[in-house]
Design a protein around this ligand. Structure first.
Ligand SMILES: C[S@@+](CC[C@H](N)C(=O)[O-])C[C@H]1O[C@@H](n2cnc3c(N)ncnc32)[C@H](O)[C@@H]1O
Length: 246
């Protein structure tokens, strides 16, 4: 199903965004217009996803109830989310969630948004460790915890050691581990690279070491799309002069 009732012959730029008493349809229409003006590529879909989150209804519910008036509190909530997205904050931060390996991860501006291509890394490590019961695996630079947590879910006997220099990122990762019920098998450790693993007697015992390190070269940072360059953590992106510093 596409959109609600936006007339196709009305370009977004000509649409007013009304702030008083609005129906779901008017709020969708106005929100999509705001996103289109900000240069968002799929304003209609993103407006629906924002309304689903703000109003607690799925797309079908929004459609069926499109002529209902929106409570002031819900409207203000939706407006705040539209404004954040119109500032080019990534939709995943606005909604607070990103799916990875079939699991729903909480994401905040303290963590890199998990990328679909990183699922390939998880699959390679999973295959490498599949025949080792109780495999010990390290994830260096864990961010949201997506790699370590997806591996813990895929390998029910594995023990994971996940490090990050950012305590804020680790707090989000710990929350995600609880969400997916693997907090007992994923050890989160703050510090530089392998340094937090010292003293754990893991030398020669790790079956796999996974890492999706920062890899954007200094000269390329300024050219990143706003969603990445302005909002994702610099510590998760910047890989020194040539992107290979990590
Ligand atoms: C590209 S992000 C990857 C995050 C996550 N693993 C993923 O794939 O979505 C890199 C992560 O490495 C962390 N990091 C950067 N430098 C580090 C270092 N020297 N030691 C440990 N972690 C580091 C960053 O805080 C960030 O969370």
């Amino acid at each position: 199903m596409t959109g609600l009732i936006r007339p196709v012959d009305h370009p977004y730029e000509q649409l007013p965004f009304l702030f008083s008493s609005m129906t779901i349809d008017e709020l969708w229409w106005g929100g999509a217009a705001m996103l289109a003006r900000a240069g968002i590529a799929q304003p209609d879909n993103e407006a629906v996803w924002i309304l689903e989150s703000a109003l607690g209804q799925d797309r079908l519910g929004l459609h069926l109830n499109k002529n209902e008036r929106v409570e002031e509190r819900d409207r203000n909530n939706a407006m705040a989310l539209f404004e954040r997205r119109a500032s080019r904050e990534p939709l995943q931060y606005v909604l607070g969630t990103q799916e990875f390996c079939g699991l729903d991860f909480r994401v905040t501006p303290d963590v890199l948004i998990p990328r679909p291509e990183t699922e390939l890394l998880v699959e390679v490590v999973r295959q490498t460790c599949a025949n080792t019961s109780g495999a010990l695996i390290a994830d260096i630079g864990t961010g949201s915890g997506c790699i370590a947590i997806a591996l813990a879910r895929a390998l029910p006997m594995a023990i994971l050691y996940a490090t990050d220099r950012s305590p804020q990122a680790l707090a989000v990762a710990q929350e995600n581990a609880k969400r997916h019920d693997v907090q007992d098998r994923v050890n989160f450790l703050v510090g530089d690279l392998f340094e937090p693993l010292q003293g754990l007697e893991l030398q020669g015992r790790l079956v796999a070491i996974a890492s999706n390190p920062p890899y954007i070269g200094e000269g390329d940072l300024a050219g990143l799309q706003p969603e990445v360059g302005l909002f994702e953590p610099r510590l998760a992106l910047a890989g020194g002069n040539d992107g290979l510093f990590f």
